[in-house]
Design a protein around this ligand. Sequence first.
Ligand code: GDG
Length: 446
Amino acid sequence: MSSAGGLAVGVHAALRETGGVWFGWSGDTPAEPADEPRVFRTGKVTYGLIDIKDTDFEAFYGGFSNRTLWPLFHHRIDLTSFEHQWYATYRRVNRRFAELLLPLLEDDDVIWIHDYQLIPMAAELRRMGVKGRIGFFLHIPFPAPDIYVTLPWHRQLAVDLCAHDVVGFQTGGDLRQFQLYLESEVGGRIGADGAIAAFGRELKAGAYPIGIDVDDVISMARSPEAKRQADRVKATLPGGRKLMIGVDRLDYTKGILERLRAFEKMLQDYPSQRRGVVMLQISAPSREDVPEYLDMRQQVELMTGHLNGAYSESDWVPLRYINRSFSRRALTGFFRMSALCLVTPLRDGMNLVAEEFVAAQDEADPGVLVLSRFAGCAGIIDGALIVNPYDTHHMADTLHAGLEMPIEERRERWQRMMRTVRRHDIDAWRDRFLADLKIRPVATIH
Ligand code: GDG
């Protein structure tokens, strides 16, 4: 599995052990999609894959999912487009997903739906008579009500969310925004233990921070392939030059420009760091047919050119920017040899890169994590250096402090980080969510 995306990484890791049916988009967009899913089995997982019609794909995926819901839920109204035709297609594609899943279902099946592309699917299944337990997990943040209500279809999507038995969010903050919206806009009522009464239904909503498969990342980081990849980089860092790393999909939510600005400021304010450090920014291409992503790519390329033009020496180039994806093994190798990792999103559901960096470290000589307060995992990981990505000065000082941190403090912080990453791993996430999904809500609402 080589796709660069947290949802796929997380859900595959969660299913691998328990087994089950993975039902979803095949990645294909033919003119005449088949009328039933392609079904096959790998290990304990059965896959049911369906195509999306070519003429629907743009409005469903590039349109409503990635130019309406994604920017809006990340508080970027300035980048949000509201198109009625996209919304109509989004609903139609969700209905079709439900229709194609229906014949595969058995009465006692528990259904767990993932992410913002599929919010209406459970409501469609209910309309088709499905009575079983259905859960939903939102991998991205839920917006503040004032922002959410700018969506012309806010009420309808809230009705859809409430068609589930359990709705899961990444953080307590996201959960509170959802509750606040229901209470203030639609007369919903919130009871004990996450119970909700709204639109004539009772359900539970909770915070279930997603995590990583810690042992899998550790073993990847120690693999010969990871070491081979790391050695290639080490060979280009003479005289103990340190590596700082950033790994993200090339997405405007990830704070890549803010990070590069802070790196530049550090080189300005702490000239002693020049020549002593190299930054490696790996940004896998993402959603390239969405115009806002092209803009963002151009801005990063401009900034890279500026930074390297202004600070390079004949034998040192401060920034290596790579706009392609690497294998996950290679990434863990890079993490393990890095003195510092920058995870600086402006808003982010959880952020698995931060956790993978922690798990990939050599405990004898661990690197430092510089983490935005706006990443969901900032509320989980104890021991990172927390920054506000809008505060370039402070971030530059923090980078310098991180690069200079004594080994004892690095070890002590890493142990704390590792404890919290383990406590909130992928198994804990899956088990907590499924435990809640399998029981009827106990709390009643008055
Ligand atoms: C969404 C939410 C939430 C990255 N580059 C490459 C690559 N990756 C892998 C990473 C990591 C995953 O992709 C990225 O996960 P994140 O969590 O950091 O970010 P999103 O993709 O935005 O994920 C996020 C997540 O869902 C899970 O709920 O945490 O907040 O936005 O595993 O290692 N993988 C490969 N090549 C790359 O170049 N193979």
